[in-house]
Ligand binder design. Structure first.
Ligand code: SAH
Length: 357
């Protein structure tokens, strides 16, 4: 069978070229780009002649994820989506409602190969990268399902975005286009476990997105024990890459620090963390910001969640040393199984029932 065109992965000018090659006017590219961004199926694109709609249905794919499960928080309206992709794989996205607008947390891969010890998403390893259309499709599908505009994106779901670099960069272009969702780069954050070549490459693209680094430790020994990526890119290299990212983009970097009770949450850890960041960024003028998260307990990993008081003490110690720290508010606590757990429970269920097909 001939491969169908993944139309949703194409930018407006690429789509225009594709339609021109088909003998169609170039403006069809922009029309179809806008219609796909609005969640419209080929058969419903009434701006197109009927024959063209039928031709697109036959020869193209609209790689929009479908809602497999949806959990809505009764506390704050947070929505956790389990999306199913065309090949049957499942991923998660989370819609959070803030005063400054709706934020969607999206996945970048099916599974993950980074192996962070506390994380549920990496337990089964990496299955595959998401296509640009499947990254973009999460935003389109969530917005179409919810009915409210999504104005912010965080790439903090399943997967390591910089391990899927080219598709992620393409996605950033797609979601930013004003003919489509028109989401500004400043409203997008990307979180990485610390793939240094990816951080340096991103610095050269000069997208004004916000970069978040999953630090979670203040010594190489501590970090390598919970994040294998640290053996390839130790703290010194990672922080040097962060400094060069800051120098070339002028964008503040945010450091994520997951508090693991009894492992990295002592007053001594807080002091060392503050020193580490201050030393690395000395003379750059960069504001330092640490985002603290109390670990979400994942049965398979055995890490424990400490008390709110101890997290607050850790935060105050950082603040007192001139490092701005915030404790992440937990949205949708009643639906907030740790990222990756909904997908895992679905996979388990399907294995028990002999798969989906
Ligand atoms: N791979 C990317 C993005 C996905 S994870 C990264 O590592 O940054 C998003 C954030 O959640 C990361 O900071 C990650 O370390 C953190 N995280 C993963 N599992 C967690 C858990 N069980 N509890 C709290 N934070 C967790």
């Amino acid at each position: 069978m001939e491969q169908k065109t993944d139309l949703l992965s194409l930018l407006p000018h690429e789509m225009a070229a594709w339609f021109t090659a088909l003998g169609q006017p170039a403006y069809r590219g922009r029309q179809v780009f806008s219609a796909l961004a609005a969640g419209t199926q080929f058969s419903d694109m009434t701006v197109l002649p009927l024959a063209l709609r039928e031709q697109l249905t036959r020869t193209c794919e609209y790689r929009l994820p479908t809602v497999e499960r949806k959990l809505v928080s009764r506390e704050d309206g947070t929505v956790k989506y389990l999306f199913r992709l065309l090949d049957g794989a499942c991923i998660e996205s989370v819609l959070m409602r803030y005063k400054h607008g709706n934020t969607l947390c999206i996945s970048s891969q099916v599974g993950c190969r980074m192996g962070c010890r506390f994380c549920a998403s990496t337990i089964g390893g990496l299955v595959r990268n998401l296509l640009p259309s499947e990254l973009y499709g999460q935003v389109i599908a969530a917005q179409a399902d919810d009915g409210e505009r999504i104005s912010n994106i965080v790439m903090m779901g399943i997967g390591e975005p910089l391990d899927n670099y080219d598709h992620v960069v393409k996605f950033l272009h797609l979601v930013n286009r004003e003919e489509g969702l028109n989401i500004g780069y400043r409203h997008i954050s990307l979180s990485t476990s610390g793939l240094v070549p990816g951080i340096l490459a991103l610095a050269r693209e000069s997208f004004p997105i916000t970069l978040s680094i999953s630090l979670h430790a203040s010594t190489d020994e501590q970090r390598s024990a919970i994040m294998p990526v640290n053996r390839a890119y130790p703290l010194k290299e990672l922080l040097a890459a962060c400094v060069s990212y800051y120098r070339s983009t002028g964008r503040r970097i945010s450091f994520e620090y997951t508090l693991l009770a009894g492992q990295n949450d002592s007053p001594e850890d807080a002091r060392r963390l503050a020193d580490l960041l201050k030393n690395a960024f000395r003379g750059t003028g960069a504001p330092l910001h640490v985002n603290l998260i109390r670990v979400n307990e994942v049965a398979e990993t055995g890490f424990r969640r400490g008390s709110a008081e101890s997290a607050n003490r850790f935060m105050e110690l950082l603040n007192r040393q001139g490092v701005v720290a915030t404790l992440r508010r937990r949205l949708g606590a009643d639906v907030n199984a740790a990222c990756g757990q909904l997908r895992r429970s679905q996979m388990q269920q399907e294995a028990d029932h002999g798969g989906t097909d």
